[in-house]
Design a protein around this ligand. Structure first.
Ligand code: 6GU
Length: 253
């Protein structure tokens, strides 16, 4: 949720105060376990995700799973029992990594990114943004050993009905969606309250200058300066757009 009570700090004392306050209120630690940490560098180093970390509201820790490998070659995957193409991520490195991290961070959820998980949506993003410590396991190859899923994993997430070559890009999507919802991350201009899906409606169309672009005019109502009329128009547009493009979202409206 966006919150205008979180101003931009101008002085060092303000910055420190805000960062303490945020720590007490809504600091979220997200740990990611991956064999490809490089893939997760850029998505969290810019824009809103960068600001969330600078404000002390979000901490992202990317761990190379090979650190917990069973041998000096950094082996974390092995052939699957029963035969068949594709390797499986082994139990020991994952179990050792989770056991070690869990000592310092009492995870609210241990999430496994997998195409056979349950579909990620705005509701899940909202719920996860209120947690304090999350661990996200990025799957690779044929996936992780079933026993880790049974013993450790508390939530399995897919981002859609298609297969990616690994869980990293899906994890980046999930972390971005969660991170921007942490109270204090967005300001009035970037508010999440008017996002598509936040109220089961798609967002209405938006316009900026010029008012006339190659003969295409901005709807008159937006130029008249009546906030109540603008709000009504936006709601109507959101309803129409949702009915047309995503009628499946409308069952409760
Ligand atoms: Cl979470 N992982 C992979 N590998 N593919 C996916 C996915 C996750 N979600 C959709 N496709």
């Amino acid at each position: 949720m966006a919150c205008s009570l979180w101003p931009e700090a101008k002085f060092p004392e303000q910055k420190e105060f805000l960062s303490c306050l945020s720590y007490l209120c809504s600091m979220l630690h997200i740990h990611l376990l991956t064999v490809l940490p490089e893939l997760l560098e850029s998505p969290f180093s810019h824009s809103i995700m960068k600001r969330a970390q600078e404000k002390g509201l979000l901490e992202i820790h990317v761990h190379q799973l090979r650190k917990w490998a069973v041998n000096k070659y950094g082996m974390v995957d092995d052939y699957q029992y029963g035969g068949g193409a594709g390797m499986v991520m082994m139990c020991e490195p994952l179990a050792n990594a989770i056991d070690e991290l869990q000592k310092d961070y009492p995870f609210d959820e241990i999430i496994y990114m997998t195409p056979d998980g349950s579909r990620f949506d705005q509701r899940k993003a909202n719920l996860l943004s209120l947690k304090g410590n999350l661990l996200i396991i990025c799957g690779h190859y044929k996936g992780i050993d079933e026993r880790i899923r049974q013993q450790y994993v508390t939530m399995e997430i897919s981002i859609g009905d298609y297969v990616l070559s690994g869980g990293e890009l899906a994890a980046a999507v999930v972390v971005d969606a969660i991170g921007r919802l942490i109270p204090g991350v967005l300001n009035d201009e970037t508010s999440a309250l008017t996002d598509s899906f936040q109220d089961d409606l798609l967002a209405p169309p938006v316009y900026t200058r010029p008012a006339d672009f190659r003969g295409m005019k901005v709807p008159e109502i937006l130029l008249q300066g009546d906030p109540k009329k603008v709000e009504e128009w936006r709601y109507e547009q959101a309803l129409e757009r949702t009915k047309e493009r995503r009628p499946d979202l409308m069952s409760d409206v």
